[in-house]
Design a protein around this ligand. Structure first.
Ligand code: HEC
Length: 144
């Protein structure tokens, strides 16, 4: 299982377990058993989430500065410049999801993921960051 899925599972598990004593349907013994079984997973998987700048959990601006700005600051290779609302307006019609897909796949002189090792959520953050500097009001996905 991918670490992000594991983490989501661990969080979901923790929520269910903490809620279960209130539920008449779940016998108390079961909830404690589940809590013990998932506790090590929850500890291991939740720890990296606090390291906001670890690879795999970087913020949009951070990735932009280290990677995307190489082309999008100057407009190299006809990249739409950061803050150039006219250049971005037709692209923003794709919506955040469409732009993220396009940036992950690559487009003409834009290499897949801008040549970076960013994961999907990091790509969503950096695309939202760029678009929002250029006329959009997308929600930058939060840290997990
Ligand atoms: C090597 C130069 C280069 C780098 C590095 C680069 N881009 Fe681009 N990007 C381009 C070019 C060129 C285009 C315009 C492509 C076109 O429409 O022909 C573009 C377009 C885009 C678009 C609009 C796509 C669309 O469908 O209109 C997004 C979003 C984008 N880049 C995001 C990023 C992100 C995020 C990064 C960093 C992870 C990045 N780019 C890094 C060159 C680059």
């Amino acid at each position: 299982m991918a670490p992000s899925k594991l983490r989501a599972f661990a969080i979901a598990g923790a929520v269910i377990v903490s809620a279960s004593p209130l539920s008449l349907a779940a016998p108390k013994g079961d909830a404690e058993g589940v809590a013990k079984r998932i506790a090590p997973v929850a500890r291991v998987e939740l720890a990296p989430a606090s390291a906001a700048t670890a690879a795999g959990n970087r913020g949009g601006e951070e990735i932009y500065k280290s990677i995307c700005g190489a082309c999008h600051d100057s407009g190299a290779a006809n990249a739409p410049k950061l803050g150039d609302k006219a250049a971005w307006a037709p692209r923003l019609k794709l919506g955040l999801d469409g732009l993220v897909k396009s940036a992950i796949t690559g487009k003409n002189a834009m290499p897949p993921k801008g040549g970076s090792d960013a994961n999907e959520i990091e790509m969503a953050r950096v695309v939202a960051f760029m678009a929002n500097k250029s006329g959009a009001t997308f929600k930058e996905p939060a840290a997990k």
